[in-house]
Design a protein around this ligand. Structure first.
Ligand SMILES: *Cc1c(COP(=O)(O)O)cnc(C)c1O
Length: 488
């Protein structure tokens, strides 16, 4: 291709008289196309320079493809280029995967109160590190310290970029150059990039593994403690469960051992939660205050998992240790900005009124949503989706299971309902399903479901904006996306 283009360009240099209409159909000049009404509007909307570039590209494309182009067509093509180029890469999607806190889809959705607080902080100067009573420099942690301590019973608290940073900073502060003892049953990997042994190496601490994969006893920890030991670490096995012949040492016993040896016990809770999960029909996870009561000296947890806030990592616990952490120069490299601090503060305030959490915090709203409510939503949506998909697909309401996601209650599920879409009479159901899923993913607001049992399942637990969902469906390109694949 490239070669023949080259030849034709070289063979017929821009000598107007020598070109035949077949070889070089008529093309407008950029400046003529720029005079069209549409191009003027584009220049207004996107700027003159991007518009000229888009017109140039439209004309160049027509030249390459040897097709004629009017000046109005050039402007229309430029409008498409500009619209595509200005669309955000961070697309808003419908998370109908059934995983409430989906790491790849941005985890927790923020409460309106948090969104407003973040907005205010973006628009205005804020007293981020400014003590208004004394007119002096203040500390950004002061904004959330009181709330975190009140909600967890901790003596002190600090905040960094995410929980991975909280663990890294905590281990580095307590045990750089020394060893940290962890059970072999708790050497987790989360999402590939967070592997406990690697985090420990990056923190400059030596990993001392004790016990076995399925059973670790108190005596294993006891035997490993020596003058080199900087901390004992307990890690929440966030994305798996070891079942059967197992033994893990309860936090309370570990804490007694740590105290006897004057070594701090760190409990990495992962998701961490400030309230129990049993009201939602889920097994209870240890709350942050329970982990502290069980004797952990420091507890680390995430902001955007079950807590339902923005990405953040918290360390709460003993004041002397938190003070050491705050003096670590690494802390400055991991600090949270004012936007997130504002959102975190507003999110934490919602916990002061736990009775209304399920109304205000989207994460808990999704957890608490009743099957009747989800069924009513499915009943309303079924006709619209079925009509849009036509005869090549069947749409039905199906039982499915939601999960919390992001390492909270990893093996527990919540009964839910969804729309199940199946290709009808297709030669290759798998291919048709793949095409259908791709068509939904190429909508203006991509819809992400889950393929299971030869069906594309849209779990409706997390769908709140039904009208927007139906509107969005009007752009579904079934011919190219799915129907074509179904007919092949
Ligand atoms: C999720 C998790 C982390 C990492 O937290 P981020 O906030 O994603 O950085 C660390 N430890 C455990 C046990 C986790 O579950």
């Amino acid at each position: 291709m490239a070669r023949s283009e080259l030849t034709s360009n070289n063979g017929a240099p821009s000598e107007p008289g020598s070109t035949t209409p077949e070889a070089h159909p008529h093309l407008p000049s950029v400046h003529v196309a720029a005079q069209t009404a549409l191009a003027c509007r584009l220049a207004e909307q996107y700027g003159r320079k991007p518009t000229m570039n888009a017109l140039r590209k439209a004309i160049a494309d027509a030249r390459t493809e040897k097709r004629p182009l009017t000046q109005d067509e050039a402007a229309e093509a430029a409008a498409c280029h500009l619209a595509a180029a200005s669309a955000s890469k961070l697309k808003t999607v419908y998370n109908l995967t059934g995983t409430i806190l989906h790491t790849n889809l941005g985890r927790a959705l923020l409460a309106e109160e948090a969104v407003e607080a973040a907005n205010r902080a973006m628009r205005n100067p804020v007293a981020l590190e400014y003590d208004l009573s004394g007119g002096r420099r203040g500390e950004r942690d002061d904004i959330i310290r009181g709330l975190l301590c009140a909600l967890t019973g901790a003596e002190d608290a600090t905040l960094v970029n995410n929980n991975a940073a909280a663990v890294l900073l905590t281990l580095n502060t307590l045990a750089a150059g020394r060893s940290v003892i962890v059970s072999r049953g708790e050497l987790i990997e989360i999402g590939g990039a967070f592997r406990m042994p690697d985090i420990m190496a990056s923190a400059g601490v030596r990993l001392t593994e004790v016990g076995t994969t399925n059973r670790t006893h108190l005596r294993d920890y006891e035997g490993a403690i020596g003058p080199e030991t900087g901390a004992l670490l307990k890690v929440h096995t966030s994305n798996y469960r070891i079942e059967g012949f197992t033994k893990a040492v309860p936090a309370r016993e570990l804490s007694a051992l740590a105290k006897k040896n004057n070594i701090p016990l760190v409990d990495d809770l992962g998701s961490g939660t400030l309230v129990g999960l049993s009201p939602f029909g889920l097994p209870d996870e240890p709350t942050v205050s329970e982990a502290l009561q069980a004797g952990a000296d420091l507890v680390t947890f995430s902001g955007d998992k079950l807590l339902g806030g923005p990405q953040a990592g918290f360390v709460v616990g003993r004041r002397d240790l938190i003070e050491k952490i705050n003096k670590n120069p690494m802390k400055r490299a991991m600090r949270a900005d004012k936007i997130r601090l504002a959102a975190i503060e507003a999110t934490l305030r919602l916990y002061q009124d736990p009775d209304r959490l399920t109304e205000r915090l989207p994460t808990y709203r999704a957890l608490a949503r009743s099957l009747d409510d989800i069924r009513a939503c499915a009943d309303r949506l079924l006709p619209a989706v079925a009509a849009k998909l036509g005869e090549d697909f069947s749409v039905s309401i199906a039982d499915c299971e939601s999960q919390v996601g992001s390492g909270a209650a990893p093996t527990a599920t919540l009964p839910s309902l969804g729309l199940a879409v199946r290709p009808v009479g297709a030669q290759s159901a798998g291919k048709a399903l793949g095409g259908l899923a791709a068509a939904f993913r190429s909508l203006p607001a991509p819809v992400v479901g889950r393929v299971k049992d030869q069906a594309l399942i849209f779990d409706l637990r997390c769908l709140e904006d039904e009208a927007g969902f139906v509107d969005n469906l009007s752009s579904l390109d079934i011919e190219e996306g799915a129907g074509g694949a179904a007919r092949k």
